[in-house]
Design a protein around this ligand. Structure first.
Ligand code: NAI
Length: 467
């Protein structure tokens, strides 16, 4: 049996791509070395972390905010075992969902580690060591990414005391002191989870800001909010050592600007210093597939330099985001089926699922300044939004950046409750090249948090109504 296309890896890129390929009539198979489909995102990433973020947000709400809403309850008690069971059930239902969709779309699956063994050939080694040869016209590498570790620092991640995001999702108890290395997305999301459950959390970050690359104003305000929630920050601090101690571990860091090193003790250390493309044992070198800066090099159509081998998702250039991988999966399936697949990299939203959430799409102010583009800013705070007041979710604001001459929206940044849902009207607007006036003249239901989006749009060219 020969396939039209085989996806190696069933994360959001591979599984969505495979479904699309099958829907387009291609004979499709997948290769997966994990026991379950769904990759990092569904098994040990996006999905379980959202289960934990939601559960701990509810815990924090019940503990701190119910009284103000007129709900008197005794202090909530943590049942970590049941919280973990909720997380595990969420993962199970999602990975089983993918298995169901594969069956429904008649996609074959090969369990084991795939290695490109020749043109149109993949050798799949199962857990029992048995090798199955799979023949296919096209191969799509969708093997994702793995923990990068700290460059130049030897760190022994045991997933108990020194953990990656995987271990941080399954701690046996709430650590007294959690030290997070890296103030990026994983560090702040997982740091939030354990801080809400009572851990003291210290974030050690190399840059002078958390969430480097994010709109500076948003990052600064957000850091203040996290500090109010109890998180501590050591910025401009380069971690040079992480070592296990008799009890817990120690983290050593030095000021980036120079100065004395400092060592702090932790019960648990989370290493959240980024991820690297995962191409181990794929046979890429032997197949002659070119790499670029540690990632698989592809052209605008996801093709590598070797005919019939494509790559998508974290393993190629671009933001390491599940939805970026999904869209590339759809596009590559369309391209292989002879259609015109395309992803608009200018309108990919990104969300940090903390409390409040941060969501952004398009350019930041810093990027526009660097590119010498004249822009105007419209801002609206949630303190002036009726619905936000009713829900006690007045933290944050909406910020819209539009071209000074054409009024076309170039970027949008939302810090606030439900930001991750609200960002999509801006994403659609940008996809259609819309202006802030288009948005401001669109009726928004009242009372909703989204009215702040409209008010911010109004503010770019005139005045908001409720300010
Ligand atoms: P990241 O790249 O977001 O952040 C890593 C941070 O570690 C950076 O701020 C960097 O300056 C810092 N760092 C590096 N070396 C250091 C050192 N020696 N000492 C101190 N700080 C150091 O990476 P993260 O958070 O690990 O996430 C990995 C990937 O997963 C990212 O690409 C992210 O986009 C993705 N992800 C996305 C999520 C979302 O969209 N909600 C959630 C979780 C992960």
């Amino acid at each position: 049996m020969s396939y039209d296309v085989v996806f190696i890896g069933t994360g959001p890129g591979g599984y969505v791509g495979a479904i699309k390929a099958a829907q387009l009539g291609l004979r499709t198979a997948v290769v997966e070395k994990r026991e379950t489909f769904g990759g990092t995102c569904l098994n040990v990433g996006c999905i379980p972390s959202k289960a934990m973020l939601h559960a701990t947000e509810m815990f924090a709400e019940a503990g701190h905010n119910f009284e103000a809403l007129g709900i008197d309850i005794p202090a909530p008690k943590l049942n970590l075992k049941n919280m973990m069971a909720h997380k595990d059930a969420t993962v199970a239902s999602n990975v089983n969902g993918v298995a169901f969709l594969f069956k429904k779309n008649k996609i074959d699956s090969f369990r084991g580690t795939g290695r490109i063994s020749g043109p149109g050939r993949i050798a799949v080694t199962g857990v029992d060591g048995k090798v199955t040869d799979v023949e296919t016209k096209n191969i799509v590498i969708a093997t994702g990414s793995d923990v990068a570790g700290i460059p130049g620092v030897k760190v022994d991640i045991d997933e108990t005391v020194i953990v990656s995001s995987t271990g941080a999702l399954s701690l046996a108890k709430v650590p007294g002191h959690l030290v997070v290395v890296g103030g990026g997305v994983i560090g702040l999301e997982m740091g939030s989870v354990w801080a809400r459950l009572g851990a003291k959390v210290t974030v050690v970050e190399y840059l002078d800001t958390i969430l480097g690359g994010m709109d500076g104003e948003v990052a600064k305000q957000f850091q203040r909010m996290l500090a109010k929630q109890g998180m501590e920050f050591r910025l401009g601090a380069k971690v040079t050592g992480v070592a296990k101690a008799k009890k817990g571990a120690t983290v050593t860091f030095e000021p980036v600007k120079g100065g004395d090193a400092e060592t702090i003790a932790a019960d648990v250390v989370l290493i959240a210093t980024g991820r690297r493309a995962y191409t181990d044992n794929l046979g890429l070198e032997e197949a002659g597939v070119e790499m670029e800066r540690g990632k698989v090099k592809t052209d605008g159509h996801y093709a590598t330099n070797v005919a019939g081998i494509y790559a998508i998702g974290d393993v190629i250039a671009g933001p390491m985001l599940a939805h970026k991988a999904e869209d590339e999966g759809i596009a590559v399936a369309e391209i292989i089926a002879g259609q015109a697949g395309h992803v608009n990299y200018g309108a990919i939203p990104s969300v940090v699922y903390t409390s409040p959430e941060i969501a952004s799409v398009g350019k930041t102010e810093e990027e526009l300044k660097k590119d010498g583009i004249d822009y105007k800013v419209g801002k609206f705070p949630f303190t002036a939004n009726g619905r936000a007041r009713a829900m006690l979710h007045t933290d944050g604001f909406v910020k819209i950046l539009a071209d000074k001459t054409t009024d076309r929206v170039l970027g949008a940044h939302i810090l606030g409750h439900g930001a991750g849902e609200m960002i999509h009207e801006l994403t659609v607007l940008m996809e259609f090249g819309g202006s802030s006036e288009d948005l401001a003249r669109t009726t928004h239901a009242h009372p909703t948090m989204s009215e702040s989006v409209r008010e911010a749009a109004l503010a770019t060219f005139f005045k908001p109504i409720h300010m």
